[in-house]
Write a protein that binds this ligand. Structure first.
Ligand code: TRP
Ligand code: ZN
Length: 881
C-alpha cells in the first residue's frame, strides 16, 4: 500500500496568494540529455494577503542548480529546497528571484511539463505542469507577463516557439541559435507553452472585424504537411463566429497551432500557441473519417474560444475549472450546431451526457460541477466539469434567452478582463445583465447527482384540460446525503391526434393563436402541476424537448405513443429519444426470455418507415436507426447484467436486419454516392446511413452485404467509407474477409499513426474480433507503444470502454487484464493510468458475477506500493463504502 495518504485540497481553504509575480523571465537551454531553465521572477507581496509570510514556491521532480535574491546568490542556509518546493523564510516586500533548475525532458513519460515527442520539445502545463519546469507559485490566480528565450541546436530544432510575439532571433556558437518571445498579456503559468523542433510551417491569414491582420500558422512534422487545411479552415470559421456571436476579437498579431503525437488529452489553449494531440487536428479525406473531421472542427474552435473564456478571463483556482471549460464547451457546441446539423449535434451531446456523465454522477467519483475537494486535480477534467458544466451554461441561455445571455457574457468579459475569477462571478454577471435571480440556480454548481423528474398526467374530458404533475428528486451522492430541489427549465410540447403540435394554453382565456407550441416550464420546487386548456382529446406529451436540462425523465409512454412521437414530434431531439426509448424497452423485455420470443413487430414497422422516409433529415434518420448502445442500456438498468443486455440487443439487431434485409440493401444503394468527397451535412448523412445499412447486413452474414462491403473497402475514396467497411467486416462472421481486410488496411496505412490508431480501435472494440487474446496480441504489435497515450486509448481504452461484452467476461479476465495494465502504466504516466480505472469504478451498478471481479481488480490496484496520487484517489474513492 501507499505509505502516506495524499492530501485533500478543499475549496473552503482558499486564500489569496501571498506573493504576486509581475514579470516572469525564462531562458531555456535545450540539450540532448536535459534542459537548463533559468527563471527570473519580479515578485512582490500581495497587499491583500497577511503580512510576514515566507515565500514558498511549487516544484515537481526538480533539481535545483542555484538561487539568487536580488542578484545575490543564496547559500544553503538561506533557503530550503526539495524536488517539490523551494522555501525562503525572509524576503523583502519586493524582489527579484533567480532560480536555475535542471530537468530531463527526454525521460519525462508523464507528459506534464517539458517533454519530448517524436524528436521535438513541447510542453503541457495545465493544470500543474509548470512546476515540473521551474519553481513557481503554480496557481491560476498568479498572473504574470512572460518573456521566454529558447536556445537549442539550430539543425535539430530550427523552429523555436513560445507565447506571444516573436521579438528577437539570432545565432549562437556551436551551431546553436535562439529566439525570444514576449507575451504582452499577463497569464497564469498553466497557459505557458514552448515548442522546439524540426517542423514545417503552414501559413494563413485572418482579418478581424476591426481590420487587423492576424498571421495564422500551423506547425507540424514534415510528413503531415498535407493534413493542415481542415484545421486552418476550422480556425478561421471559429474566429469569425466568435466575432459575430459573442463580439470577441482576437488580440495578438499571431496565432499558432502545433500538432504533437504524444499528448495526454485532446488539446491545450496556451496563449497564442495552442498545442494539439495530432489525432485532434490533422486530417485529410484519405486518412480521417467524417467524425474525425467534425471533432477537429469543434476542438480547434474550443481551444480558440478559450482565448477569451479561459485566458483573458481565467480561473481563480482549480475548483472553478468549469468556469472556463463548461462555458467553452457550450460555445463550441453552439458553433458546431451552427456549422452542421443542430438536431444531430444535440443528440450526440445528450447521448454522451446520458450514458457517460450520468454514470459518473451516479458513481463513487460523483462531484459537483464546481467540486469542493480533490486530491489530484487531473482527475477532475471530467464529463461533469466539461459536459454537465456546458449544460448548466446552456440552461442559463435557455432561461435568459439569447439577447440577455449575450448581454451577460459581454458584461462578464468586460467586468473580469485580465482577472482570475469564479463560477459565481459568471452567474452574477448573467444576473446583473438580465435582472434575473439565479440564486437557486446556483445549486447546479454545488450539488452533484442527476436530478430525476417523475411525470404524471391527467386528462379531463369534460373540461378539455390536461394536467402535468412533475416531481423532482436529486439523489444522494458521496458527501452529499441531502439535496435541495434545483431550478430546472423543462421544455414541453403536446402532440394532438393528427400529429399536430398543440397550442399550449396555461389559462382558459388565453387565445389559442397566441399560445406557443413549446413552453419552457420552470421547476423550482419538489413538485409542480401545470394545467393546459382547450384540448379536444388526450394529447401525447413531448417532455424535455431538446434535452432542455441534464435530468432523467420518467413517464410511462406506451410503445404506441413512442411510435407516434417517432413520426410526429416536431422536436427532432425527442423523435430520436422516442426511438431510443422504444428500442430500449423492446430490448429490455427480451432479456432472459426464451429464444423463440420474437421482437415486437412495432419496432420493425417503425424502422421500416424510417428506412423509407426521405422527407426527414437524413442525418436524423441515421441517428434514429442506431440501437441504444450496451453502455446506454447498462446506465438505464437498476443492476446491470452485461451479457444478458448484450445478447438481447444482438437478438433484436439480428431480427431487424433479417426482416429489413431488402430495405437495407435499397437504402445502401440509394445512398451510395461516387462523386467527390464533400463534408456537407447531407453527404455526411448519406455516408452514415449507407454504412449503418452495411453494418446491419454484415451482422447477419448477408452475402450481398459482404460483396458490397468488400467492394466498398477496396474502392473507397475516403476514410469514412474505408473504415466503415473495415469495421463492418471486422464485426461480421466472415473471418477470411476480416483478416484480409485488416492486413491490407495496415499494409497501406502503417506509416500513419492516426490511421493505425483507428485500426487498433476497430479491432479492440469489436465484440467479434476483440477477444481478450486478440487484444493482448495487439499490445505486442510493432505499432503499439506504451509511451503513446493515443495507442493506449485505442487498444486498452477501446477494449474496456467500448467492447463491453468482452471486457465484462464473467470469469473476470477483462478486469484482471485492465488492472495489470494500469499497474504498469502508473509507473510511467499516472494521468492516463487514472483515466483507465474509470470502467471499474461503477462496480456497484452490476450484478454480483461482475461486481465481485471489478472490486477485486480495484483491490489489486489499491495494494500496489507507492501508487500515484492520481490512481490512489480514484481507487480509494471507488472502494469507499
Ligand atoms: N484545457 C484543455 C482543454 O480543455 C484540457 C487539457 C489539455 C488538459 N491537456 C491537459 C487537462 C492535461 C489536464 C491535463 O482544452
Ligand atoms: Zn477546454
Amino acid at each position: 500500500m501507499r505509505t502516506s495518504q495524499p492530501q485533500t485540497i478543499y475549496l473552503k481553504d482558499y486564500e489569496v496568494p501571498p506573493f504576486l509575480v509581475d514579470h516572469t523571465d525564462l531562458r531555456f537551454e535545450l540539450f540532448e540529455d536535459g534542459a537548463r531553465v533559468h527563471s527570473t521572477l519580479s515578485m512582490r507581496r500581495n497587499p491583500e494577503s497577511a503580512a510576514g509570510q515566507p515565500l514558498e514556491l511549487d516544484g515537481d521532480s526538480l533539481e535545483l542548480e542555484s538561487v539568487a535574491l536580488d542578484g545575490q546568490a543564496l547559500s544553503d542556509g538561506d533557503y530550503e529546497a526539495t524536488p517539490a518546493s523551494l522555501r525562503i523564510d525572509s524576503v523583502p516586500d519586493q524582489f527579484s528571484l533567480s532560480v536555475v533548475t535542471w530537468i530531463r525532458p527526454q525521460d519525462n513519460t508523464r507528459l506534464e511539463g517539458l517533454y519530448k515527442s517524436s524528436g521535438m520539445f513541447c510542453t503541457q502545463c495545465e493544470a500543474e505542469g509548470f512546476r515540473c519546469i521551474t519553481y513557481y507559485p503554480d496557481r491560476p490566480d498568479v498572473m504574470a507577463r512572460f518573456r521566454t528565450r529558447i536556445e537549442a541546436d539550430q539543425s535539430r530544432y530550427p523552429v523555436l516557439l513560445s507565447n506571444g510575439n516573436d521579438v528577437e532571433r539570432g545565432e549562437l556558437d556551436d551551431g546553436r541559435h535562439y529566439a525570444v518571445w514576449e507575451d504582452p498579456f499577463p497569464k497564469p503559468s498553466y497557459l505557458f507553452a514552448l515548442v522546439a523542433g524540426d517542423l514545417v510551417e503552414k501559413k494563413d491569414q485572418f482579418t478581424t472585424v476591426s481590420g487587423r491582420e492576424i498571421d495564422l500558422r500551423m506547425y507540424v512534422e514534415p510528413r503531415n504537411a498535407e493534413k493542415c487545411d481542415h484545421a486552418l479552415v476550422s480556425l478561421k470559421k471559429a474566429m469569425r463566429w466568435d466575432e459575430e456571436v459573442y463580439g470577441r476579437e482576437y488580440d495578438l498579431d499571431i496565432f499558432m497551432i502545433v500538432a504533437v503525437d504524444d499528448f495526454n488529452m485532446g488539446a491545450m489553449e496556451n496563449k497564442g500557441l495552442n498545442i494539439f494531440n495530432s489525432s485532434c487536428v490533422l486530417a485529410s479525406p484519405d486518412t480521417a473519417t467524417d467524425m474525425a473531421f467534425q471533432r477537429i472542427e469543434s476542438i480547434v474552435a474550443h481551444e480558440y474560444f478559450h482565448n477569451w473564456s479561459g485566458n483573458r478571463v481565467t480561473c481563480r483556482d482549480w475548483f472553478q475549472l468549469s468556469l472556463k471549460e463548461g462555458f467553452t464547451v457550450f460555445r463550441d457546441t453552439q458553433f458546431s450546431s451552427d456549422m452542421g446539423s443542430p438536431t444531430v449535434k444535440r443528440i450526440e451531446d445528450a447521448s454522451l451526457l446520458r450514458t457517460a456523465q450520468f454514470a459518473e454522477d451516479g458513481g463513487p467519483m460523483a462531484h459537483p460541477v464546481r467540486p469542493d475537494s480533490y486530491m489530484e486535480i487531473s482527475n477532475f477534467y471530467t464529463l461533469t466539469v466539461y459536459e454537465k458544466g456546458c449544460e448548466v451554461v446552456r440552461m442559463i441561455h435557455t432561461l435568459l434567452g439569447p439577447e440577455q445571455f449575450r448581454a451577460g457574457s459581454d458584461l462578464y468579459f468586460e467586468r473580469h478582463d485580465g482577472q482570475a475569477v469564479t463560477t459565481d462571478d459568471f452567474v452574477r454577471a448573467m444576473e446583473d445583465a438580465s435582472g434575473r435571480d439565479l440564486s437557486q440556480f446556483r445549486l447546479w454548481y454545488e450539488q452533484a447527482g442527476t436530478p430525476r423528474l417523475t411525470v404524471e398526467d391527467e386528462y379531463d374530458d369534460a373540461q378539455g384540460t390536461y394536467r402535468l404533475t412533475i416531481h423532482q428528486s436529486v439523489p444522494a451522492t458521496p458527501g452529499q446525503p441531502e439535496k435541495q430541489p434545483q431550478h430546472i427549465p423543462f421544455a414541453v410540447g403536446l402532440i394532438g391526434e393528427q400529429g399536430k403540435a398543440l397550442p399550449l394554453r396555461l389559462s382558459a382565456d388565453e387565445d389559442e393563436n397566441d399560445a406557443p407550441t413549446q413552453r419552457v416550464l420552470e421547476l423550482t420546487g419538489d413538485s409542480h402541476t401545470f394545467t393546459f386548456h382547450g384540448l379536444q382529446a388526450r394529447p401525447v406529451p413531448s417532455l424535455l424537448q431538446g434535452f432542455s436540462a441534464p435530468v432523467r425523465v420518467d413517464y410511462p409512454w406506451t410503445r404506441d405513443q413512442l411510435m407516434f412521437l417517432m413520426s410526429h414530434d416536431p422536436d427532432g431531439f425527442n423523435r430520436w429519444d422516442a426511438s431510443q426509448r422504444l428500442a430500449s424497452d423492446v430490448i429490455e423485455s427480451l432479456m432472459h426470455q426464451p429464444k423463440d420470443v420474437r421482437t415486437d413487430r412495432r419496432l420493425l414497422t417503425a424502422y421500416r418507415h424510417l428506412l423509407a422516409d426521405r422527407s426527414l433529415d437524413q442525418a436524423l434518420v441515421a441517428r434514429m436507426l442506431q440501437l441504444p448502445t450496451v453502455a446506454a442500456l447498462i446506465e438505464q438498468s437498476e443492476t446491470a447484467d452485461v451479457q444478458a443486455i448484450h445478447e438481447a440487443r444482438r437478438r433484436v439487431l439480428t431480427e431487424l436486419a433479417v426482416e429489413l434485409r431488402d430495405d437495407l440493401v435499397a437504402c445502401y444503394r440509394r445512398n451510395q454516392e461516387s462523386g467527390e468527397y464533400r463534408l456537407e451535412p447531407e453527404d455526411i448523412a448519406r455516408r452514415a446511413l449507407k454504412n449503418t445499412a452495411l453494418a446491419w447486413l454484415l451482422h447477419v452474414k448477408d452475402e450481398e452485404g459482404r460483396m458490397l462491403a468488400v467492394k466498398q473497402f477496396e474502392g473507397a475514396t475516403n476514410m469514412t467509407d474505408r473504415a466503415s467497411a473495415l469495421r463492418a467486416l471486422v464485426n461480421s462472421d466472415f473471418e477470411g474477409d476480416r483478416q484480409q481486410a485488416l492486413d491490407r488496411f495496415y499494409g497501406q496505412f502503417k506509416e500513419d499513426p492516426q490511421v493505425v490508431e483507428q485500426w487498433f480501435a476497430i479491432q479492440a472494440s469489436s465484440p467479434n474480433a476483440g477477444s481478450l487474446a486478440h487484444v493482448e496480441a495487439l499490445l505486442e504489435h510493432e505499432a503499439f507503444d506504451w509511451k503513446n497515450p493515443n495507442k493506449i486509448r485505442s487498444v486498452v481504452g477501446a477494449f474496456a470502454g467500448q467492447n463491453l461484452s468482452r471486457f465484462h467476461a464473467k470469469d473476470g479476465s477483462g478486469y484482471r487484464f485492465l488492472a495489470k495494465r494500469i499497474l504498469a502504466l502508473d509507473e510511467t504516466n499516472p494521468q492516463i493510468a487514472a483515466r483507465l480505472v474509470s470502467p471499474l469504478t461503477r462496480w456497484r451498478k452490476f450484478k454480483n458475477v461482475y461486481s465481485e471481479g471489478m472490486k477485486s481488480a480495484l483491490e489489486t490496484l489499491r495494494d500496489k506500493p507507492d501508487l500515484s496520487k492520481d490512481v490512489y484517489e480514484v481507487v480509494h474513492k471507488s472502494l469507499k463504502d
